[in-house]
Design a protein around this ligand. Structure first.
Ligand code: SAM
Length: 284
């Protein structure tokens, strides 16, 4: 499989990482470094570190061999000495380091489709639950409205975490979520109150939790945003589009700096990135 990279989803993850790196409240925690579950191409973290000019040490774990090789090359080209890609399982290697903060855009599909590396167990949230059970002081994860978001938020709360920050955006269903095995499972989850979407879109949120049961919990509005969709089936596939979106001057947009260093091996873009902020519309 080519490494996972989606302009909307991975770009949003990069923005969430950037916010985390800029959060002065987290200074002492970040000083001990970050561990990342699933570096993918390495582009989101590399972009966030570059934009923030951050020297925070990061260990990015990536289970998939091809992805980790691609990510290592991209990080080297970007000249980021503080971002180290490690080929291996996040859950095997993380606790051996000094880091108190874990981040990631974990696998989230609730059924095995054509992308096994995106399978997040029966609800899609099983790997995220494991991260939240691993004892980190601060955790930033992308949470999806199609992967039992209420169960996941409840799990975090029971583990002693409180939501300290979040941001969310809609995302259009793409090839992997429209896969018949995945979409059937999504319908089951929606009927049981474990997945929330409209016929064409779902919501992703970057959620930061702090392990402090006494801290305020900014979870109510987040829950409303993640549970707003009331459909029980994904709509018809949208027509194929691969054209760059012209920018305001009518010229095709140029890619972001580190994205321009994408490897010769094509990246794997599962979502139909037809949102207004996507630089390239891609329906795969
Ligand atoms: C949804 S992709 C996200 C990739 C990248 N962070 C991004 O947002 O573009 C999830 C990634 O996690 C990796 N992964 C899954 N389980 C893992 C584990 N236990 N340890 C390390 N990487 C893992 C997958 O191979 C995949 O590349």
């Amino acid at each position: 499989m080519p490494p996972f990279f989606d302009p909307v989803e991975s770009g949003f993850y990069a923005s969430c990482l950037e916010n985390l790196l800029a959060d002065t409240r987290l200074g002492p925690v970040l000083a001990d470094g970050l561990v990342e579950l699933g570096a993918g191409t390495g582009i989101p973290m590399a972009e966030a570190l570059r934009r923030q000019e951050s020297t925070v040490p990061v260990r990015g774990f990536e289970l998939d061999g091809r992805s980790s090789r691609v990510a290592a090359r991209i990080v080297e080209k970007a000249g980021l000495a503080n971002y180290r890609i490690i080929h291996g399982d996040f859950f095997d290697g993380t606790r051996r380091g000094p880091e108190r903060c874990a981040v990631g855009n974990p696998p989230y599909l609730p059924a095995r489709g054509d992308a096994p590396e995106l399978w997040g167990g029966d609800t899609g949230a099983e790997i995220s639950r494991r991260v939240l059970s691993a004892g980190f002081e601060t955790v930033l994860l992308l949470v999806s409205s199609i992967s039992d978001p209420v169960g996941l938020l409840g799990h975090a709360r029971a583990a002693g975490y409180r939501v300290s920050d979040w941001m969310a955006r809609p995302i259009v269903f793409g090839a992997y979520t429209r896969d018949s095995r995945v979409s059937r499972r999504l319908s089951e989850l929606a009927r049981g109150g474990h997945a929330f979407f409209t016929p064409d879109t779902y919501v992703i949120a970057g959620v930061t939790w702090t392990a402090d049961p006494a801290a305020p919990d900014d979870v109510e509005a987040l829950t409303r945003v993640l549970t707003a969709g009331t459909a029980t089936a994904i709509g018809e596939p949208v027509p194929e589009m691969n054209e760059p979106i012209p920018d305001d001057e009518g010229e095709p947009s140029s890619p972001a700096p580190i994205s321009a260093t994408l490897p010769a091996e094509p990246a794997n873009s599962p979502s139909a990135s037809a949102s207004a902020s996507a630089r390239t519309r891609r329906v795969v």
